[in-house]
Design a protein around this ligand. Structure first.
Ligand code: ADP
Ligand code: MG
Length: 315
């Protein structure tokens, strides 16, 4: 049996820090990621891919803001769906091309995905996730009064120091999980739950889109459990999670048990909003399944699956 690996790709795999995010730049990055994914497929792994969307959603929100006198501005849940379509298309195109170059007839398909969250999630009371452009104090006050946005000063001291914040609820379940499993069963490299999925809440028999952002690593764990994956592999821009991060005694975490990782997590080595949620998602997967989770960089993915590098968390 081929091992099924869920890959959660960081934003860097799509838009590097400092890049504007032109289509050419994004296609170049996605081509590099796609070459690695094709290599893993050729090495015998079945693959499901999920990805971040922070920079893409940020740019689209600017377009909504700037274009709103000409066409209606679309809300965050719709923007989430738009980024899944955009990034999914780019991956389908470059994966298809790279499979062709490798002489393989493998399809890649992306699925617009909704993720159920609890309507009583505590983050709805105190939204924490900054999204979209920076505003001046006056612009922020206007958005608060006229659009009902919750705004916070996130960078005191600069002119545009305010941002909109939205809830970041915990992912509970994937609405389209049966379709995802059907795609996997048919041999398709499946791309799903982009940007953490579009958050929806249950309202009687209906599900309703929410203006919020789910952490893509946490959704990666729910996805990996939903497809019964053998490995959850979180790919970012560092080869290992590090203890004493950015200090002279910084050190890579290699192969560890989930209890050992929990101890390091509790000691505060992994920053919230970046490495923290990756470690949490990885530990949740290992505890729930008894299988392994890996945190490493895109270029080390194959070596890490072979146990040669990366942070590898086992039961
Ligand atoms: P992604 O887009 O892949 O989700 P993030 O920027 O959210 O990437 O998280 C990866 C970053 O986390 C690394 O580039 C590093 O700057 C930061 N980081 C924070 N704490 C640690 C740590 N303890 N070990 C390694 N990286 C860390
Ligand atoms: Mg991140």
């Amino acid at each position: 049996m081929k091992e099924l690996v869920v890959i959660a790709l960081g934003g860097n795999a799509i838009k590097q820090a400092g890049e504007e995010g032109t289509d050419q730049q994004q296609f170049i990055n996605i081509d590099i990621a796609s070459k690695q994914i094709v290599k893993l497929s050729q090495a015998g792994y079945k693959l499901v891919v999920t990805h971040g969307n922070g920079p893409q959603a940020g740019n689209l929100l600017i377009q909504q803001e700037e274009g709103k006198s000409l066409v209606p501005a679309l809300p965050l849940n719709v923007v989430g769906g738009m980024t899944q379509g955009q990034i999914g298309y780019m991956f389908q195109n470059r994966l298809q091309n790279n499979f062709s170059l490798a002489g393989k007839n493998v399809s890649a398909v992306s699925l617009v995905t909704q993720v159920l969250v609890d309507k009583d999630d505590p983050d709805f009371q105190d939204p924490s996730k900054p999204v979209g452009p920076f505003y001046t104090k006056e612009e922020a006050a206007d958005l608060r009064d006229n659009k009902g946005y919750i705004v916070k000063e996130v960078k005191p001291g600069v002119e545009k120091s305010w941002r909109r914040v939205v809830p970041s609820p915990e992912p509970k379940d994937i609405v389209e999980k049966d379709a995802i499993n059907a795609l996997i069963a048919s041999g398709v490299v499946t791309i799903a739950c982009g940007g953490g999925g579009i958050p929806v809440k249950q309202d009687g028999k209906q599900i309703i889109g929410i203006e919020g952002v789910i952490d893509k690593d946490k959704t990666g764990n729910v996805l990996a459990q939903s497809v019964n994956a053998d490995v959850l592999m979180i790919l970012t821009d560092v080869e290992n999670a590090l203890i004493n991060y950015n200090k002279p005694n910084q050190e890579a975490v290699g192969a560890v048990t989930v209890d050992e990782m929990q101890k390091l997590f509790d000691e505060g080595h992994f920053l919230g909003g970046s490495m923290g949620p990756k470690v949490e998602a990885a530990m949740r997967f290992v505890r729930a399944t008894g299988k392994k989770a890996i945190i490493t960089s895109l270029d080390k993915a194959e070596d890490a699956l072979a146990g040669k590098t990366g942070t590898i968390i086992s039961a």
